[in-house]
Design a protein around this ligand. Structure first.
Ligand code: SF4
Length: 191
């Protein structure tokens, strides 16, 4: 094993560290105003790794229009991002970069694991797998998991709503109805 490959050995990668300092001002109503402001402007790090990233891109386009919820500002620098949106397969060679980017993000920061690959390695987990990280939570602390292969853009929006709720303690948007709901069927003249 060369020294170069040794650097990418999973045994040499320690989970990311996040040191939080106490806020200068800790006044509850002011904190709430700050947190609502943060919740309405969660800027994701541009971090598409595989096919799930196509759904992530769709979420920011006209049909789902993630801009309605303040999260369309994808940043190319970790220092300007609030949310690491891991959309795709994390390979062991990439793991040190994932960790470094997370550590570069300013607090408060969040991680959303989008899709089965980011959550657990997805379809790449099989006997003899040597290259895929079986869950990005082994490297960075994950706040929200959005399962699916791939998850739909609506599911990603729900994940962002969950982070908004983590920040503020409340959900700001109505819950989408299931297509099979009785009232919806009546509305459509099906009953
Ligand atoms: S979860 Fe499925 S769609 Fe998403 S990156 Fe993995 S294989 Fe692709």
């Amino acid at each position: 094993m060369t020294s170069e490959t040794k650097n990418f050995n999973e045994n040499t990668i320690q989970p990311a560290q996040s040191i939080l300092q106490a806020p200068l001002l800790n006044i509850r109503p002011i904190n709430y105003v700050f947190n609502v402001s943060r919740a309405m402007s969660i800027w994701p790090l541009t971090f598409g790794l595989a096919c799930c990233a196509i759904e992530m891109m769709s979420a920011s386009m006209a049909r789902w229009d993630m801009a309605r919820f303040g999260s369309e500002v994808f940043r190319p620098s970790a220092r300007q991002a609030d949310l690491m949106l891991v959309a795709g397969t994390v390979v062991k060679k990439l793991a040190p970069a994932v960790k470094r980017l997370y550590e570069q993000m300013p607090a408060p920061k969040f991680v959303l694991a989008m899709g089965n690959c980011a959550i657990s390695g997805g379809p790449f987990v099989f006997q003899g797998n040597y290259s895929v990280v079986e869950g990005v939570n082994q490297i960075v602390p994950v706040d929200v998991y959005v399962p699916g292969c791939p998850p739909r853009p609506e599911a990603l929006l729900e994940g962002i709503f969950a982070i908004q709720k983590k920040l503020t303690g409340r959900r700001f948007w109505p819950v989408a109805r299931n297509v099979g709901d009785e009232d919806l069927a009546q509305e459509d003249g099906l009953k």
